[in-house]
Design a protein around this ligand. Structure first.
Ligand code: FMN
Length: 310
């Protein structure tokens, strides 16, 4: 039988595929399509201390090659997630990665301390990279000192390993990754969306009420691959890669670039079975090639080393 098992800090994954935060809610809708226990893990929607309605509409727009969103971290709030959403997910045999957000470091600490105690939460993902909120989010993810301070504060209170979600909207992604590693991050997840804009062709006004939004989907994959490739060689903590994954081949590309596991975001909206299709595709590849899933990780930089040492 094909072994797709991947071991990461806090996470024993049946397979390396998981839905990305914000693109799967808390799993309720997708549970109608397939058994959530078949996923490697689930990265749930960002959780803030208080309930948030998010930004004004319209807050999603299509572009020629991807999607723009400015949801603004809409979520039911920490208490409701603890009381309703996590217990719903506990019916499935799948580890949960809780996406933690807030306006201030105190918000992050509050959410992390409480949500990391939930029995089915096996890791936290620090959302320091949301481009769609006025306070919190990207301001922590684009400054190395602030990122390190926040990572340290959350590590102190968390009962489970902490993964930091990196923003691509920086000049030095490797520096940000190393800052998170030195501050004690157990892993990295990358990338979040790239700041973009789409204009109304008739009026010239931005299509999103927020003006700017986060670009996701196929358009960002080459950017994400390059960043995963650079970062995974510069740190010794594992990377979970994402950005434009919609097929098993896309997932393979991320693993070749150095990701130990892969998250699927926007593709879930167009194909609710995307994660299942990718898992099956990967299984077939591993089986046909007669290799272990771990053999794939970092293949491309090993190949480049061989080339450059010739
Ligand atoms: C509608 C939408 C909502 C998102 N909400 C969150 C969120 O709450 N927290 C977070 O860390 N990332 C959020 N993201 C970013 C995704 O998790 C992912 O990093 C990004 O979309 C890139 O992957 P993709 O191209 O496969 O979608 C959101 C993305 C989209 C499209």
């Amino acid at each position: 039988m094909t072994n797709m098992h991947v071991s990461l800090p806090g996470l024993e994954l049946k397979n390396p595929i998981m839905p990305a935060s914000g693109c799967f809610g808390f799993g309720r809708e997708y549970a109608q399509f397939y058994d959530l226990s078949k996923l490697g893990a689930i990265m749930v929607k960002a959780v803030t201390p208080e309930m948030r309605r998010g930004n004004a509409t319209p807050r999603v727009a299509e572009t020629e090659s991807g999607m723009l969103n400015a949801i603004g971290l809409q979520n039911p709030g920490l208490e409701a997630v603890m009381e309703h959403e996590l217990p719903f997910l506990a019916d499935y045999d799948v580890p949960i990665i809780a996406n933690v957000a807030g306006k201030t470091p105190e918000d992050y600490v509050e959410v992390a301390a409480k949500i990391s105690q939930a029995p089915n939460v096996h890791a936290l993902e620090l959302n320091v990279s949301c481009p769609n909120v006025k306070e919190g989010g990207i301001q922590f993810g684009s400054d190395q000192e602030q990122l390190a301070m926040l990572t340290r504060a959350v590590k102190e209170v968390s009962e489970v390993p902490v993964y930091v979600k990196l923003s691509p909207n920086v000049t030095d992604i490797v520096g940000m990754a190393q800052a998170a590693e030195h501050a004690g991050a157990d892993g990295l997840t990358m990338i979040n969306t790239l700041i973009g804009m789409q204009l109304d062709r008739r009026t010239g006004k931005p299509l999103l009420a927020n003006g700017r939004g986060g670009l996701s989907g196929p358009a960002i994959k080459p950017v994400a691959i390059r960043m995963v490739y650079d970062v995974s060689q510069a740190v010794s903590i594992p990377v979970i890669g994402m950005g434009g994954v919609s097929t098993a081949e896309d997932a393979l590309d991320f693993m070749y670039a150095g990701a130990s596991a892969v998250a699927v975001g926007t593709a879930n909206f167009t194909n609710p079975m995307a994660c299942m299709d990718i898992i099956h595709g990967l299984e077939t590849f591993i089986h046909t090639e007669n290799i272990d899933i771990g053999d794939i990780v970092g293949r491309s930089y090993r190949a480049c080393e061989t080339l450059s040492s010739r």
